[in-house]
Design a protein around this ligand. Sequence first.
Ligand code: ATP
Length: 428
Amino acid sequence: VGGAGLVPRVTPISRAAILAVGSELLTPLRLDTNSLFVTEQLNTLGVEVAFKCVIGDDRAELAHAVRTALDRVDLLICSGGLGPTDDDVTRDVVADVLGCPLAEDESITERLRTRFRTRFKSEMPEINRRQAMVPAGARVIENANGSAPGLWIDHGERVVLLLPGPPRELKPMLSALLQGPLRDRASGVALRRRILKIAGRIESQTEEQLRPLYARWREWAVPVDATILAALGQIELHLSARHAHPAESEAAIEVAVADVLATLGPDVFSTDGRNLEQVVGDLLAAQRLRIALAESCTGGLITSRLTDVPGSSRYVERSVVSYSNDAKVELLGVPDATIREHGAVSDPVARAMAEGMRAHAPVDVGVGVTGIAGPDGGTPEKPVGTVAIAVATSAETRSRVFRFVGEREQVKFQASQAALDMVRRMLA
Ligand code: ATP
């Protein structure tokens, strides 16, 4: 007991701020993705991101943001602006705000010189010596994939981390810190998250059905938090829980997932993060079934999504983009008379496409999609967004006419989503 009393007690890190530095991140051309990765990683240690900012290469703005962050959080992570040029200001500004004088670390300079000789077969330009400047008391974090080392600076009980901007440099450096010094400083109450994906429903109605569950989950010994998000053609339900033992969080989330499945049934298509094309692919592969697609308004999008999944050659047999009426007749055997009688965008034509695909290809599942993606081509009876989808198997053909809302691209995506979802439900 006597010895323990001598160890200075350090408050665990629980709240962080992220500053993404770089003028290019303030243009419409580049997006700050580092902060998403940093957030995800910090959450696994139970560290919450209280706020984040994107700042140009501007000393005054950066100094202001650093001061604000130090007032409000335990951990500040800056990404970018550690390069050798004058517009790379992060190191200087942070050292200035923290009152730590910078000094050249000769061992870093030596490493940089060696790196230039071996990688670029040239001498290191003198301006790169800036990257060897280290604030007094800081720890240097090795950068295996680039020239700028990272820096860990203790500021009282707070920690400031400077990491390089390129994601392939930042990611391994942060991951290493997470296994060691950052893990040791965090509270250890890790956050666990699970994403459920739901199709064939609207958000408000889903939320209404789930709300009684949320209330119950909040009362648990390990409470589960839920956030519902509507995306195009699907709804996501994000569940999260925190506990010192990750297994406890996982167990609570597992029970919450079972509650959702009991409430929403087969509308939940994914409980492990897989997307719809992966789920459909896994069903086809598990049942050793092959699929062929006849796509009109989706222009091959469904096939493209299915073939985004590695290993899809096991179940994707072929696809026909039968955009014109002639193609539907010649390649799929859709009767001319059916098109004349019902129109190319109709339930009977979608069925004939799906069944024609099965007749022409050695497959178990045939899909037919025909619709009006817009912006032109709509009529009062068949407005833009009308899409007929059919799925044919050896047992039956199911079909449905949908009315999607949105621009051309959104109609196409929703049609692909609905077609994949129909296949999923027929195979589940
Ligand atoms: P280097 O010396 O290697 O250039 P740096 O720390 O100075 O490192 P920056 O010059 O700020 O890094 O950024 C280099 C590149 O890294 C940018 O062009 C951009 O492509 C990428 N990058 C920087 N910040 C981010 C970010 N927050 N999210 C995603 N990519 C980023």
